[in-house]
Write a protein of this length. Structure first.
Length: 198
């Protein structure tokens, strides 16, 4: 199934009945804070499974999934996902996905408690480069389908602080930026900033 930029694959609060496997493009996961502000929780790309929790437990969706650009995804009804879990290999694959998500949630709590904005921006860029980066002659190029405002929300920072962090990482030679893309020029330096060890 194809989705255009800005189209919701699913909406927070809806009853889940389907899971999605992203084949092409990016899906931004968002939630609305008590203040009414939309917060970016994550970015998922090709090969990622999304919407599986609500498909499994039939609880209301805890986030919205919105296409950050053109997206192609395989859509599976919850009943098909539940049926597939009788296959031990499929069940183990899904458990691994859930384990990765739990570890990621724990890491993000630590990150928000211990890193400044520059460290959190570096961490996000490092995460994207490891998962979706393409090696080029100039470094690891990452398509960045987020606006600066959305990147700031994902980093739990203001837009101004995020712009300053990106500028600092550029001046330190860690990255170069283009329209909707980032090239990681010094992965080791970016790692040090992401881990707060500079």
């Amino acid at each position: 199934m194809s989705f255009r930029r800005g189209q919701a694959l699913f909406t927070e609060g809806d009853r889940g009945g389907r899971a999605f496997v992203i084949e092409r493009g990016w899906v931004m996961l968002t939630s609305v804070a008590p203040s009414g502000r939309e917060v970016v929780l994550g970015l998922r790309g090709p090969g990622d499974v999304i919407g599986e929790l609500s498909a499994l437990d039939d609880a209301p969706r805890s986030a919205s999934g919105v296409a950050a650009g053109p997206v192609d995804a395989v859509v599976a009804p919850g009943s098909a996902l539940l049926g597939a879990l009788s296959d031990q290999t499929v069940a183990m694959d899904l458990l691994r996905v859930l384990a990765v998500r739990l570890r990621d949630a724990d890491r993000k709590r630590l990150e928000f408690a211990s890193l400044d904005t520059l460290g959190r921006v570096a961490w996000r860029l490092r995460e994207l480069s490891e998962r979706f980066g393409v090696q080029t002659a100039d470094g690891i190029e990452v398509e960045l389908p987020l606006s600066q405002e959305q990147l700031a929300s994902w980093c739990g920072a203001s837009r101004e602080a995020t712009v300053k962090a990106l500028a600092a990482l550029r001046s330190l030679g860690c990255i170069s930026t283009g329209r909707r893309s980032v090239v990681i020029r010094d992965s080791e330096a970016l790692r040090r900033h992401a881990e707060g060890v500079v």
